[in-house]
Design a protein around this ligand. Structure first.
Ligand code: FRU
Length: 434
């Protein structure tokens, strides 16, 4: 039985495969999560957009598949925007249309076989049903690896970031109507480039304590992540409407130092707030995780902000939207001290061991004895990361939800997400200070 492995507050698909979050959008008080799914099984394939909604980012209801694969096209990752001014002309009545830009991955039977291009679909019923645009694709570069469009509203119009995955590049486009796109600029390669670049995002945030704002470019990496396999990096810099320029010396940071946080992108239409969700798995072993009736989970929703590090660089801080009913452990590791948190099943089995060393500035998560670890040789059992610079004591928040563990340290300056597959729920916590 694996039902105890199904998280309650992290979204999981009922009975299918899942990877990236897609089309995150907040509309009329409802949070929409679309996601890469295989409507016909628990393995990757037949890629389509699944759909779930939540009033509070904690309780999710799964709906019918929103965009289904077709004879010629798999529906890869993309985004949704609320077209408030009906720039696309696709609206009906007073309500603005929702417009999705997604990647058409053309199958061998298609005249476009071997290429990926960006297509459009729209909804006039608040995101429940979608129509494909007859003029698809709306943006084609004759490229085999051009994908994952993320669109946002900017003073200059609509801006799209997408990837040339193999080239490790983010490509930027602009449009007035979401239909016709012109190339603006190209970013990268820079920072981590071992794996293909996927699922970019670009947004502006105030720098807390000032001055001004900065832009954050997020890009996921298919391999070479911080704990092996896939991971997500980000750059901080400026976007002038055409070009993203990282701050001098910025060669990227990890968004999350754990093994299980990928393809994280932010919601559209959230006003001043910036809320992200990532896929809580890793391409190195996602297809083998031991939950045979569904595959994988999303991360908790995280509100992100920019603050200056001790060296004066703006860095992201992440704060989870937190449920009351999950096991939450808050620790303060004293300056120079070391604290070990051991989580086990009620009868003391399957230990998961988190060590936070404020003297050595290291955090480790040992999942080697926590239940099933043998399903893949690529499932790392010891995760280790440096703690970013701090003044002394280290605050740590640990959230456990069945098979997903999220660690937030230093007020969210460091996050570590990891899957675990214990034989029974990890309900018992023991803390030791050395
Ligand atoms: C990232 C990714 C995307 C692609 C999708 C296909 O995990 O490879 O680049 O659009 O998954 O499922």
């Amino acid at each position: 039985m694996t039902s105890h492995l199904r998280p309650t507050r992290h979204f999981t698909p009922r009975s299918t495969w899942m990877n990236d979050p897609n089309g995150l959008v907040h509309v009329d008080g409802l949070w929409h999560l679309f996601f890469q799914t295989n409507p016909e099984g628990v393995d990757w394939g037949n890629m389509s957009w699944g759909h779930a909604t939540s009033p509070d980012l904690l309780t999710w209801t799964e709906h019918d598949v929103a965009l289904r694969f077709s004879e010629h096209e798999a529906v890869f990752s993309g985004s949704v925007v609320v077209d408030h001014d009906n720039t696309s002309g696709l609206g009906e009545g007073d309500a603005p249309p929702l417009v999705a830009l997604y990647t058409s991955h053309y199958k061998p039977t298609s005249p476009r076989a071997g290429t990926q291009a960006q297509s459009l679909a729209w909804s006039t019923d608040g995101g429940m049903t979608w129509r494909r645009f007859a003029g698809n694709p709306v943006l084609c570069r004759q490229s085999a690896d051009f994908r994952d469009p993320k669109v946002f509203r900017h003073a200059t119009g609509w801006v799209m970031v997408a990837v040339e995955a193999d080239h490790r590049q983010v490509v930027l486009y602009r449009s007035g109507d979401l239909l016709a796109w012109e190339h603006l600029s190209t970013f990268g390669p820079l920072g981590a480039t071992e794996g293909v670049w996927e699922c970019p995002d670009l947004f502006e945030l105030p720098v807390e304590g000032g001055p001004g704002t900065a832009w954050v470019l997020v890009v996921s990496l298919g391999a070479g992540g911080p704990a092996g396999g896939s991971g997500t990096q980000y750059f901080v810099g400026d976007f002038d409407g055409t070009t993203f320029t990282p701050l001098p010396g910025d060669t990227g940071r990890w968004l999350d130092v754990g093994p299980d946080h990928y393809a994280a992108v932010s919601f559209d239409n959230t006003g001043e707030r910036r809320v992200m969700i990532g896929w809580a798995s890793n391409w190195a072993y996602a297809h083998r995780t031991p939950t045979p009736t569904w595959r994988s989970s999303m991360s908790l929703a995280r509100e992100v902000s920019l603050r200056r590090s001790r060296e004066g660089r703006p860095v992201l801080h992440q704060h989870p939207v937190l449920p009351e009913d999950l096991l939450q452990q808050r620790l303060v590791v004293p300056a120079g001290g070391r604290t070990t948190l051991t989580l086990t099943t009620e009868d003391g089995r399957d230990p998961l061991v988190l060590t936070v060393d404020a003297g050595q500035d290291r955090i480790t998560l040992d999942r080697s004895r926590c239940g099933d670890v043998t399903f893949s040789p690529d499932f790392p059992t010891l995760v280790e990361a440096p703690l970013p610079g701090h003044a002394g004591a280290v605050d740590v928040l640990v959230v456990v939800d069945a098979s997903v563990v999220e660690v937030y340290a230093l007020d969210g300056a460091l996050t570590l997400t990891a899957q675990v597959f214990p034989a029974a729920p990890l309900t018992t916590a023991q803390v030791r200070d050395d």
